[in-house]
Design a binder for this molecule. Sequence first.
Ligand code: ADP
Ligand code: MG
Length: 238
Amino acid sequence: MLVIDQISKSFSNKKSHKLALDHVNLTINYGEVLGLIGPNGAGKSTLLRIIASILSPSEGSIYFEGKDVTTSDLIKSKISYISVETGLYEQMTPYECMFFFGMLHEINKREIHKKIEFLAQKFKFEEFLHQKIKVLSTGTRQKVLIAKGLIHEPKILILDEPTNGLDILAAYFVRETISTLKSLGTSIIISTHIITDIELCDQIAVLNKGKLVYNNKFSEIKGKYSSIEQLFLEIDSF
Ligand code: ADP
Ligand code: MG
């Protein structure tokens, strides 16, 4: 279980002070998908980066299985953070890229090789394993990016707008992957603007201007609102 406890983050420089997150509390259970939604600039990516230990919060803590992991490296072996912005090395092949990532996680070479073969087969990009990433399609790159993030079998998967800009089949593939990982007990946090992604979620959290303005089970939202748009209209009038 992952607990986000009173997380705040401010970005300051000489000229300005920006409160990107304002005392956010959330809990994510094993095998659950949490959908983080909200307008651009709401603080979604900042929160995801804090959970992944890429960024430190100004206030608050993240607990994983009861341990404070805010300032420790403990969570890095348990988590995978996938964002288009993290990107892939254009000059490398998917094989090299995944191998390098496996080495960073101190997995032995034979094991990495087996995992790469398995993931490439599962995600159907074996034929591209030894081609340079720069020549691959957007959909294949996204598959490689996700497969790379699964090398160390993370317990928590963080996906920042994973289907943004993908064609229908590539987006469908990402959703299939989310469903499979969920059934294997992985906790998944996904930020998205896409309604079909939202429908995969067990819990929906809405951020606006750094504040958590809504948090509920998706099943309850479905019972209360005729559509997600209706929920947004209501939140907007809060
Ligand atoms: P979202 O992902 O919901 O679109 P972000 O988390 O990227 O929102 O950004 C939240 C707010 O924090 C925005 O106003 C953004 O400009 C600001 N922000 C994010 N990262 C930084 C940074 N490194 N330095 C200064 N401001 C930042
Ligand atoms: Mg963002």
